[in-house]
Design a protein around this ligand. Structure first.
Ligand code: AMP
Length: 216
Protein backbone atom coordinates (compact mmCIF):
# COMPACT_ATOMS: atom_id res chain seq x y z
CA UNK A 1 0.00 0.00 0.00
CA UNK A 2 1.22 3.49 -0.76
CA UNK A 3 0.92 6.39 1.68
CA UNK A 4 1.42 9.97 0.63
CA UNK A 5 1.47 12.68 3.27
CA UNK A 6 1.57 16.40 2.49
CA UNK A 7 2.76 18.59 5.35
CA UNK A 8 1.38 22.13 5.14
CA UNK A 9 2.32 25.16 7.19
CA UNK A 10 4.14 28.48 7.01
CA UNK A 11 7.94 28.73 6.63
CA UNK A 12 9.73 27.95 9.88
CA UNK A 13 6.89 26.11 11.58
CA UNK A 14 8.85 22.83 11.66
CA UNK A 15 7.71 20.95 8.53
CA UNK A 16 11.25 19.81 7.68
CA UNK A 17 12.07 18.71 11.21
CA UNK A 18 8.85 16.70 11.52
CA UNK A 19 9.14 15.22 8.02
CA UNK A 20 12.64 13.98 8.86
CA UNK A 21 11.49 12.36 12.13
CA UNK A 22 8.44 10.74 10.50
CA UNK A 23 10.48 9.51 7.56
CA UNK A 24 12.84 7.68 9.94
CA UNK A 25 9.92 6.17 11.86
CA UNK A 26 7.80 5.09 8.89
CA UNK A 27 10.38 4.35 6.20
CA UNK A 28 8.55 6.68 3.82
CA UNK A 29 10.81 8.85 1.65
CA UNK A 30 11.16 12.49 2.74
CA UNK A 31 10.80 14.80 -0.25
CA UNK A 32 11.62 18.43 0.44
CA UNK A 33 11.25 20.65 -2.63
CA UNK A 34 13.44 23.31 -0.97
CA UNK A 35 16.22 20.74 -0.34
CA UNK A 36 15.99 19.54 -3.95
CA UNK A 37 16.41 23.10 -5.20
CA UNK A 38 19.32 23.69 -2.80
CA UNK A 39 20.98 20.47 -3.95
CA UNK A 40 20.68 21.63 -7.58
CA UNK A 41 22.09 24.99 -6.60
CA UNK A 42 25.07 23.36 -4.85
CA UNK A 43 25.75 21.29 -7.99
CA UNK A 44 25.23 24.37 -10.20
CA UNK A 45 22.75 22.58 -12.50
CA UNK A 46 20.64 24.63 -14.92
CA UNK A 47 17.64 23.99 -12.65
CA UNK A 48 19.58 25.23 -9.63
CA UNK A 49 20.70 28.42 -11.39
CA UNK A 50 17.16 29.15 -12.52
CA UNK A 51 15.69 28.46 -9.06
CA UNK A 52 18.23 30.67 -7.33
CA UNK A 53 16.86 33.89 -8.81
CA UNK A 54 13.48 33.17 -7.20
CA UNK A 55 14.76 31.65 -3.96
CA UNK A 56 17.05 34.56 -3.12
CA UNK A 57 14.04 36.90 -3.30
CA UNK A 58 11.84 34.58 -1.23
CA UNK A 59 9.56 34.05 -4.27
CA UNK A 60 8.20 30.76 -5.58
CA UNK A 61 9.98 28.98 -8.43
CA UNK A 62 7.55 28.70 -11.42
CA UNK A 63 5.06 25.82 -11.23
CA UNK A 64 6.17 23.97 -14.40
CA UNK A 65 9.80 23.80 -13.22
CA UNK A 66 8.83 22.70 -9.69
CA UNK A 67 6.29 20.11 -10.88
CA UNK A 68 8.82 18.60 -13.31
CA UNK A 69 11.39 18.25 -10.54
CA UNK A 70 8.90 16.54 -8.17
CA UNK A 71 7.62 14.25 -10.91
CA UNK A 72 11.16 12.98 -11.47
CA UNK A 73 11.69 12.54 -7.70
CA UNK A 74 8.43 10.61 -7.18
CA UNK A 75 9.49 8.19 -9.91
CA UNK A 76 12.54 7.00 -7.93
CA UNK A 77 12.42 3.56 -6.27
CA UNK A 78 12.41 4.83 -2.66
CA UNK A 79 8.92 6.30 -3.27
CA UNK A 80 7.39 2.90 -4.11
CA UNK A 81 5.65 2.68 -0.70
CA UNK A 82 4.91 6.39 -0.57
CA UNK A 83 6.44 9.63 0.61
CA UNK A 84 6.21 12.58 2.95
CA UNK A 85 6.07 15.80 0.98
CA UNK A 86 7.50 18.87 2.66
CA UNK A 87 7.20 22.20 0.84
CA UNK A 88 5.26 20.80 -2.13
CA UNK A 89 2.56 21.56 -3.23
CA UNK A 90 2.61 25.29 -2.58
CA UNK A 91 0.06 26.49 -5.17
CA UNK A 92 -3.32 25.14 -6.35
CA UNK A 93 -1.75 24.25 -9.75
CA UNK A 94 0.89 22.16 -7.95
CA UNK A 95 -1.81 20.45 -5.85
CA UNK A 96 -3.74 19.52 -9.02
CA UNK A 97 -0.56 18.25 -10.67
CA UNK A 98 0.21 16.16 -7.58
CA UNK A 99 -3.20 14.47 -7.70
CA UNK A 100 -2.57 13.58 -11.35
CA UNK A 101 0.96 12.31 -10.72
CA UNK A 102 -0.13 10.16 -7.78
CA UNK A 103 -2.99 8.69 -9.80
CA UNK A 104 -0.31 7.45 -12.23
CA UNK A 105 1.43 5.72 -9.29
CA UNK A 106 -1.89 4.35 -7.94
CA UNK A 107 -1.68 6.63 -4.93
CA UNK A 108 -3.38 9.66 -3.49
CA UNK A 109 -2.76 12.14 -0.71
CA UNK A 110 -3.93 10.29 2.41
CA UNK A 111 -3.55 12.95 5.06
CA UNK A 112 -2.47 16.58 5.26
CA UNK A 113 -1.12 17.63 8.66
CA UNK A 114 -1.35 21.43 8.75
CA UNK A 115 1.11 22.80 11.30
CA UNK A 116 -0.01 26.17 12.60
CA UNK A 117 2.32 28.85 13.98
CA UNK A 118 2.34 32.41 15.16
CA UNK A 119 3.96 34.80 12.64
CA UNK A 120 6.20 36.66 15.13
CA UNK A 121 7.50 33.39 16.53
CA UNK A 122 8.21 32.12 13.00
CA UNK A 123 10.34 35.14 12.08
CA UNK A 124 12.21 34.70 15.35
CA UNK A 125 12.68 30.97 14.77
CA UNK A 126 13.86 31.29 11.17
CA UNK A 127 16.42 33.94 12.04
CA UNK A 128 17.93 31.48 14.56
CA UNK A 129 17.82 28.48 12.19
CA UNK A 130 21.07 26.89 11.04
CA UNK A 131 21.27 24.21 8.41
CA UNK A 132 23.88 21.51 7.84
CA UNK A 133 25.92 21.90 4.69
CA UNK A 134 26.12 18.18 3.83
CA UNK A 135 22.58 16.89 4.31
CA UNK A 136 20.31 19.79 5.28
CA UNK A 137 19.76 18.71 8.91
CA UNK A 138 18.09 21.55 10.78
CA UNK A 139 19.04 23.12 14.12
CA UNK A 140 17.95 26.20 15.96
CA UNK A 141 20.33 28.29 18.03
CA UNK A 142 17.57 29.03 20.57
CA UNK A 143 15.19 26.09 20.56
CA UNK A 144 17.13 23.08 19.28
CA UNK A 145 20.86 23.85 19.46
CA UNK A 146 23.50 21.43 18.12
CA UNK A 147 25.68 19.71 20.74
CA UNK A 148 28.76 21.48 19.39
CA UNK A 149 28.54 25.05 18.08
CA UNK A 150 28.41 25.26 14.26
CA UNK A 151 28.70 21.46 13.81
CA UNK A 152 25.96 19.05 12.74
CA UNK A 153 25.14 16.39 15.39
CA UNK A 154 24.55 13.75 12.70
CA UNK A 155 27.38 14.15 10.18
CA UNK A 156 29.71 16.76 11.78
CA UNK A 157 29.45 18.99 8.71
CA UNK A 158 29.46 22.77 9.00
CA UNK A 159 26.21 24.56 9.94
CA UNK A 160 25.34 27.69 7.96
CA UNK A 161 22.53 30.22 7.82
CA UNK A 162 20.49 30.00 4.60
CA UNK A 163 20.48 33.31 2.69
CA UNK A 164 16.71 33.25 2.66
CA UNK A 165 16.56 32.84 6.46
CA UNK A 166 17.75 36.44 6.86
CA UNK A 167 15.00 38.70 8.30
CA UNK A 168 13.94 40.65 5.17
CA UNK A 169 13.60 37.53 3.01
CA UNK A 170 11.84 35.67 5.82
CA UNK A 171 9.09 38.32 5.89
CA UNK A 172 8.69 38.05 2.12
CA UNK A 173 8.46 34.23 2.33
CA UNK A 174 5.73 34.45 4.95
CA UNK A 175 3.84 36.93 2.74
CA UNK A 176 4.20 34.63 -0.29
CA UNK A 177 2.91 31.77 1.86
CA UNK A 178 -0.16 33.81 2.90
CA UNK A 179 -0.82 34.93 -0.70
CA UNK A 180 -0.34 31.60 -2.48
CA UNK A 181 -0.04 28.57 -0.23
CA UNK A 182 -2.77 29.36 2.30
CA UNK A 183 -5.34 28.60 -0.45
CA UNK A 184 -4.35 24.95 -0.19
CA UNK A 185 -5.72 24.78 3.32
CA UNK A 186 -9.31 25.12 2.10
CA UNK A 187 -8.51 22.81 -0.86
CA UNK A 188 -7.47 19.94 1.42
CA UNK A 189 -10.04 20.76 4.11
CA UNK A 190 -12.72 20.53 1.44
CA UNK A 191 -11.42 17.05 0.53
CA UNK A 192 -11.55 16.04 4.22
CA UNK A 193 -7.83 15.37 4.52
CA UNK A 194 -6.65 18.28 6.65
CA UNK A 195 -5.64 17.76 10.30
CA UNK A 196 -4.68 20.90 12.22
CA UNK A 197 -1.66 20.70 14.52
CA UNK A 198 -0.39 23.30 16.97
CA UNK A 199 3.20 24.01 15.87
CA UNK A 200 4.02 26.11 18.90
CA UNK A 201 4.47 23.01 21.10
CA UNK A 202 7.80 21.23 21.63
CA UNK A 203 9.23 19.14 18.76
CA UNK A 204 8.24 15.93 20.62
CA UNK A 205 4.67 17.13 21.22
CA UNK A 206 4.25 18.07 17.55
CA UNK A 207 5.58 14.64 16.49
CA UNK A 208 3.08 12.98 18.85
CA UNK A 209 0.21 14.96 17.31
CA UNK A 210 1.47 14.08 13.81
CA UNK A 211 1.56 10.36 14.63
CA UNK A 212 -2.04 10.51 15.88
CA UNK A 213 -3.03 12.39 12.68
CA UNK A 214 -1.42 9.69 10.52
CA UNK A 215 -3.31 6.90 12.29
CA UNK A 216 -6.67 8.49 11.43
P1 AMP B 1 11.81 25.82 1.70
O1 AMP B 1 13.09 25.16 2.04
O2 AMP B 1 10.66 24.87 1.60
O3 AMP B 1 11.50 27.00 2.59
O4 AMP B 1 11.99 26.42 0.21
C1 AMP B 1 12.99 27.38 -0.07
C2 AMP B 1 12.65 28.10 -1.37
O5 AMP B 1 12.61 27.16 -2.46
C3 AMP B 1 11.27 28.77 -1.41
O6 AMP B 1 11.29 30.06 -0.80
C4 AMP B 1 11.03 28.84 -2.91
O7 AMP B 1 11.80 29.85 -3.53
C5 AMP B 1 11.58 27.49 -3.38
N1 AMP B 1 10.54 26.44 -3.32
C6 AMP B 1 10.51 25.35 -2.50
N2 AMP B 1 9.41 24.60 -2.74
C7 AMP B 1 8.72 25.23 -3.72
C8 AMP B 1 7.49 24.96 -4.39
N3 AMP B 1 6.75 23.89 -4.07
N4 AMP B 1 7.09 25.82 -5.36
C9 AMP B 1 7.84 26.89 -5.69
N5 AMP B 1 8.98 27.22 -5.09
C10 AMP B 1 9.45 26.40 -4.11
Amino acid sequence: MTTFIVILGPPGVGKGTQAEILSKRTGLAHISSGDLFRENLKNQTELGKLAQTFMSRGELVPDDVTIGMIRERLGRPDCKIGAILDGFPRTPAQADALEQMLAEFNGRVDVVPFIIGDEDVLVDRLSARWTCRANGHIFNRKFNPPKETDKCDYDSSELYQRDDDKPETVKRRIQVYLDQTAQLISYYRHHGRLVEIDGMQTIEQVTHAMVIALKK
